[in-house]
Design a binder for this molecule. Sequence first.
Ligand code: NDP
Length: 433
Amino acid sequence: QRRDPNQTEFQEAAFAVLDSLEPVLEANPQYVSSNLLARLVEPERVIQFRVPWESDDGKFNVNRGFRVQFNSAIGPYKGGLRLHPTVNLSIVKFLGFEQILKNSLTGLPIGGAKGGSDFDPKGKSDAEVMRFCQSFMTELQRHIGPDLDIPAGDIGVGGREIGYLFGAYKRLRGYQNGVLTGKGLTFGGSLARTEATGFGLIYYTDALIKAQDDVLAGKTIKVSGAGNVAIYAIQKAHELGAKVVTVSDSNGYIYDPKGIDYTIVRRIKEVERGRIKEYADQVPSAEYHDGSVWDLDINYDVALPCATQNEINEEQAELIAKDGAKYICEGANMPSNAAAIVVYKKNDILYGPGKAANAGGVAVSALEMSQNSERLSWTFEKVDNYLKEIMAGIFAQSETAVKKYNLDKDYQAGANIAGFEKVAEAMLAQGLI
Ligand code: NDP
């Protein structure tokens, strides 16, 4: 707080983790004597750079680029790039910090990082996005590599952007397909990477619900967001017999009591790059409303926030409880603010935090790295089976920590502890790093 008084998002993420580590510190005095937590919250490296680019009207623009290489104790830096006007150092640090524990939970050898820029891809032409990505990579290429730091997508960075970034890297450094993940299938991408975070979210949710002797099939679900995570969460939820009745973007939301058709959302967002409002023009049973989906007052069972950080505040959490939701699993990173999480716990809503529930994306990214190293492409089924196993494993590790430390179904603390223990052991074993 003293060092970075304005980094509110980072502080929120760090304090949430540190608070839940108390029982681990009591049981492991070596973590305290080695000042491990102070080291953990300090990134190994922060890179900030200028990104100049030319728009179609001939104007010269400048944005700010970031890469925070947070922790490489268990593997090379790994984490997405976000392109959104709200991106600043606090956001990138919060995301990078979460990524350390998330990557640890996957059981795969990847460290934590995050990056991005305050560039807004919305409303830009393909040529503008390409020029931006080329300029961004002109600097970033100095800091990344297949065994050093492997960026991927996040908000505003999908297949198109990864393609431009990869092309730019290749011109500067030669063909190394393991340097980015989320690549197109024709140049080293993995089958099921596009679906991984959304599918993984549902596999995690399914495991959480099953552990309560309950079933996902037949449940009514609210989803927020209409991007990569939301679309494939809706697809998998329907495949497993649940019904998703909402979808949203930053302007408003759709409510369709008959169930959202993910193929229409996918076409609007991925192909036409349109707004979610257009869904209601195409589907008679759907209503469009301005505002947040969390303010819609309907009865449902499961909340899946898949848009962005701090999208659920205390009042909206109270509404989630009042509407009878029993489970909330986060597709987005830190969508619930600290006060909202208190409300979930007070109302016995079982809470699956983002770092556990949305780890499927980075897990399959790591599988993409494996395929690139092997010079092989695995089948969709093989990747999907790994993903299922990894998500079930993440829930199981969190549950083990819950039981070990008597945490009374606090799966947030369970995930923090399980992710932390592996990183802590690796850091201690490597000396004063
Ligand atoms: P996309 O860019 O594909 O979609 C983001 C969606 O969220 C859009 O519908 C967007 O609406 C909405 N959104 C963004 N900002 C806001 C805001 N301030 N208020 C309301 N809605 C907003 O991103 P992803 O689906 O990839 O990512 C969504 C979340 O999931 C993020 O928190 C991301 O960090 C997290 N995540 C993503 C992973 C991945 O593999 N993609 C992996 C793990 C986590 P609009 O178009 O109006 O901006």
